[in-house]
Design a protein around this ligand. Structure first.
Ligand code: URA
Length: 204
Protein backbone atom coordinates (compact mmCIF):
# COMPACT_ATOMS: atom_id res chain seq x y z
CA UNK A 1 0.00 0.00 0.00
CA UNK A 2 1.50 3.32 -1.06
CA UNK A 3 1.36 6.13 1.44
CA UNK A 4 0.48 9.47 -0.13
CA UNK A 5 3.46 11.66 0.81
CA UNK A 6 1.91 14.42 -1.30
CA UNK A 7 -1.19 16.34 -0.32
CA UNK A 8 -2.58 16.44 -3.87
CA UNK A 9 -1.99 15.12 -7.35
CA UNK A 10 -1.02 18.65 -8.38
CA UNK A 11 1.72 18.63 -5.71
CA UNK A 12 2.92 15.24 -6.93
CA UNK A 13 3.00 16.52 -10.51
CA UNK A 14 5.00 19.59 -9.44
CA UNK A 15 7.55 17.31 -7.78
CA UNK A 16 7.63 15.15 -10.90
CA UNK A 17 8.35 18.17 -13.08
CA UNK A 18 11.18 19.24 -10.77
CA UNK A 19 12.71 15.76 -10.52
CA UNK A 20 12.58 14.65 -14.14
CA UNK A 21 14.09 17.30 -16.36
CA UNK A 22 14.37 17.21 -20.16
CA UNK A 23 17.76 16.59 -21.76
CA UNK A 24 19.41 15.25 -24.90
CA UNK A 25 17.11 12.52 -26.22
CA UNK A 26 14.59 13.09 -23.42
CA UNK A 27 11.54 15.33 -23.67
CA UNK A 28 9.59 17.19 -21.02
CA UNK A 29 7.38 15.61 -18.38
CA UNK A 30 3.88 14.87 -19.64
CA UNK A 31 1.63 14.23 -16.66
CA UNK A 32 -1.53 12.16 -16.64
CA UNK A 33 -4.94 13.71 -17.22
CA UNK A 34 -8.60 12.91 -16.70
CA UNK A 35 -10.99 12.42 -13.83
CA UNK A 36 -9.62 12.10 -10.29
CA UNK A 37 -10.77 9.86 -8.75
CA UNK A 38 -11.66 7.68 -11.69
CA UNK A 39 -12.94 4.10 -11.99
CA UNK A 40 -10.62 3.37 -14.93
CA UNK A 41 -6.97 4.36 -15.34
CA UNK A 42 -5.33 3.67 -18.69
CA UNK A 43 -1.54 3.44 -18.65
CA UNK A 44 0.52 3.76 -21.82
CA UNK A 45 4.26 3.42 -22.41
CA UNK A 46 5.62 6.96 -22.72
CA UNK A 47 4.58 10.20 -24.47
CA UNK A 48 5.31 10.33 -28.19
CA UNK A 49 6.57 13.20 -30.31
CA UNK A 50 3.16 14.87 -30.53
CA UNK A 51 2.46 14.39 -26.82
CA UNK A 52 5.82 16.00 -26.01
CA UNK A 53 4.98 18.99 -28.21
CA UNK A 54 1.49 19.44 -26.75
CA UNK A 55 2.34 18.40 -23.17
CA UNK A 56 -0.62 16.04 -22.98
CA UNK A 57 -0.83 12.21 -23.02
CA UNK A 58 -2.26 10.31 -25.98
CA UNK A 59 -3.01 13.22 -28.33
CA UNK A 60 -1.04 11.91 -31.34
CA UNK A 61 -1.83 9.08 -33.78
CA UNK A 62 -1.98 6.37 -31.07
CA UNK A 63 -4.19 8.67 -29.01
CA UNK A 64 -6.65 8.98 -31.87
CA UNK A 65 -6.93 5.18 -32.07
CA UNK A 66 -7.38 5.05 -28.29
CA UNK A 67 -10.09 7.74 -28.39
CA UNK A 68 -12.04 5.86 -31.05
CA UNK A 69 -11.71 2.54 -29.21
CA UNK A 70 -12.78 4.10 -25.90
CA UNK A 71 -15.86 5.55 -27.58
CA UNK A 72 -16.65 2.18 -29.20
CA UNK A 73 -16.25 0.49 -25.80
CA UNK A 74 -18.66 2.94 -24.16
CA UNK A 75 -16.02 4.65 -22.04
CA UNK A 76 -15.93 8.40 -21.94
CA UNK A 77 -12.29 9.54 -21.95
CA UNK A 78 -12.92 12.54 -19.72
CA UNK A 79 -14.37 10.24 -17.03
CA UNK A 80 -11.36 7.95 -17.20
CA UNK A 81 -7.74 8.78 -16.35
CA UNK A 82 -4.96 8.49 -18.94
CA UNK A 83 -1.27 8.39 -18.11
CA UNK A 84 2.04 6.75 -18.99
CA UNK A 85 4.48 4.39 -17.28
CA UNK A 86 7.38 6.64 -18.29
CA UNK A 87 6.63 10.33 -18.19
CA UNK A 88 9.06 11.70 -20.80
CA UNK A 89 9.47 11.05 -24.51
CA UNK A 90 12.69 9.10 -25.09
CA UNK A 91 13.97 9.56 -28.61
CA UNK A 92 16.86 9.32 -31.02
CA UNK A 93 17.42 12.25 -33.37
CA UNK A 94 17.60 11.47 -37.07
CA UNK A 95 18.01 14.77 -38.90
CA UNK A 96 14.90 16.77 -38.11
CA UNK A 97 13.00 13.70 -36.88
CA UNK A 98 12.79 12.43 -33.32
CA UNK A 99 12.40 8.68 -33.41
CA UNK A 100 10.79 6.84 -30.50
CA UNK A 101 13.22 4.95 -28.27
CA UNK A 102 11.58 2.28 -26.17
CA UNK A 103 12.40 2.76 -22.48
CA UNK A 104 14.36 -0.15 -21.02
CA UNK A 105 13.24 -2.18 -18.00
CA UNK A 106 15.40 -0.26 -15.56
CA UNK A 107 14.04 3.10 -16.77
CA UNK A 108 10.49 1.77 -16.38
CA UNK A 109 11.22 0.38 -12.93
CA UNK A 110 12.77 3.67 -11.76
CA UNK A 111 9.60 5.56 -12.63
CA UNK A 112 7.21 3.08 -10.93
CA UNK A 113 7.59 5.09 -7.74
CA UNK A 114 5.79 8.01 -9.39
CA UNK A 115 3.14 5.93 -11.07
CA UNK A 116 2.19 4.22 -7.80
CA UNK A 117 1.73 7.53 -6.05
CA UNK A 118 -0.22 8.94 -8.98
CA UNK A 119 -2.59 5.97 -8.94
CA UNK A 120 -3.03 6.35 -5.18
CA UNK A 121 -4.78 9.65 -5.98
CA UNK A 122 -6.76 8.30 -8.93
CA UNK A 123 -8.01 5.26 -6.98
CA UNK A 124 -9.05 3.30 -10.06
CA UNK A 125 -11.17 0.20 -9.75
CA UNK A 126 -9.51 -1.12 -12.90
CA UNK A 127 -6.13 -0.31 -14.42
CA UNK A 128 -5.67 -0.95 -18.13
CA UNK A 129 -2.09 -1.73 -19.16
CA UNK A 130 -1.67 -0.66 -22.78
CA UNK A 131 1.17 -2.95 -23.81
CA UNK A 132 4.02 -4.76 -22.08
CA UNK A 133 5.85 -1.65 -20.84
CA UNK A 134 2.77 -0.50 -18.94
CA UNK A 135 2.33 -4.10 -17.76
CA UNK A 136 5.87 -4.11 -16.35
CA UNK A 137 5.27 -0.79 -14.61
CA UNK A 138 2.01 -1.93 -13.05
CA UNK A 139 2.93 -5.51 -12.19
CA UNK A 140 6.56 -4.99 -11.21
CA UNK A 141 7.52 -7.93 -13.41
CA UNK A 142 7.77 -8.65 -17.10
CA UNK A 143 4.38 -9.48 -18.63
CA UNK A 144 3.72 -10.97 -22.05
CA UNK A 145 0.67 -9.62 -23.85
CA UNK A 146 0.29 -12.66 -26.13
CA UNK A 147 0.20 -15.00 -23.11
CA UNK A 148 -1.45 -12.94 -20.38
CA UNK A 149 -3.83 -10.69 -22.25
CA UNK A 150 -7.17 -9.94 -20.56
CA UNK A 151 -8.10 -9.57 -16.88
CA UNK A 152 -4.96 -9.60 -14.74
CA UNK A 153 -3.98 -8.66 -11.21
CA UNK A 154 -1.21 -6.07 -10.96
CA UNK A 155 0.01 -6.30 -7.39
CA UNK A 156 -3.10 -5.45 -5.38
CA UNK A 157 -4.83 -3.79 -8.33
CA UNK A 158 -7.35 -5.40 -10.62
CA UNK A 159 -6.83 -4.70 -14.26
CA UNK A 160 -6.74 -5.68 -17.88
CA UNK A 161 -3.64 -6.26 -20.00
CA UNK A 162 -4.06 -5.40 -23.66
CA UNK A 163 -2.09 -4.22 -26.67
CA UNK A 164 -0.75 -0.72 -27.13
CA UNK A 165 -2.83 1.23 -29.68
CA UNK A 166 0.29 1.91 -31.79
CA UNK A 167 0.43 -1.83 -32.45
CA UNK A 168 -2.78 -1.41 -34.46
CA UNK A 169 -1.23 1.43 -36.45
CA UNK A 170 1.70 -0.78 -37.42
CA UNK A 171 -0.45 -3.61 -38.79
CA UNK A 172 0.09 -3.78 -42.55
CA UNK A 173 -3.18 -5.27 -43.76
CA UNK A 174 -6.67 -3.88 -43.35
CA UNK A 175 -8.35 -7.15 -42.34
CA UNK A 176 -5.78 -7.90 -39.62
CA UNK A 177 -6.05 -4.34 -38.35
CA UNK A 178 -9.84 -4.58 -38.10
CA UNK A 179 -9.63 -7.86 -36.19
CA UNK A 180 -6.97 -6.48 -33.82
CA UNK A 181 -9.00 -3.31 -33.30
CA UNK A 182 -12.11 -5.31 -32.39
CA UNK A 183 -10.10 -7.36 -29.88
CA UNK A 184 -8.72 -4.13 -28.39
CA UNK A 185 -12.24 -2.72 -28.01
CA UNK A 186 -13.35 -6.01 -26.39
CA UNK A 187 -10.56 -5.62 -23.79
CA UNK A 188 -11.75 -2.09 -23.02
CA UNK A 189 -15.35 -3.33 -22.71
CA UNK A 190 -14.04 -5.91 -20.22
CA UNK A 191 -12.42 -3.08 -18.20
CA UNK A 192 -15.64 -1.06 -18.27
CA UNK A 193 -17.68 -4.06 -17.10
CA UNK A 194 -15.25 -4.75 -14.25
CA UNK A 195 -15.60 -1.15 -13.09
CA UNK A 196 -19.38 -1.28 -13.44
CA UNK A 197 -19.61 -4.54 -11.51
CA UNK A 198 -17.82 -2.74 -8.68
CA UNK A 199 -20.46 -0.01 -8.90
CA UNK A 200 -18.27 2.57 -10.60
CA UNK A 201 -18.96 3.83 -14.09
CA UNK A 202 -17.24 5.88 -16.75
CA UNK A 203 -19.80 5.29 -19.46
CA UNK A 204 -21.55 7.58 -21.87
N1 URA B 1 2.04 6.31 -26.69
C1 URA B 1 1.99 6.18 -25.35
O1 URA B 1 2.28 5.13 -24.80
N2 URA B 1 1.59 7.23 -24.64
C2 URA B 1 1.25 8.39 -25.18
O2 URA B 1 0.90 9.30 -24.44
C3 URA B 1 1.30 8.49 -26.58
C4 URA B 1 1.70 7.44 -27.32
Amino acid sequence: MVVKEFTSLAALNDALQAALTPGPGIGRVVVGEGAVPSPIALVGEQPGDEEDRQGRPFVGPAGRVLDRALADAGIERRLAYVTNAVKRFNFVERGKRRLHRKPNASEVTQERWWLERELAFVQPEVVVALGATAGLALAGRRVTVTRERGPLTFGRRRGVLTVHPSYLLRMPDEAGRKEAYDAFVADLVCAREMAQQAGRTAVR
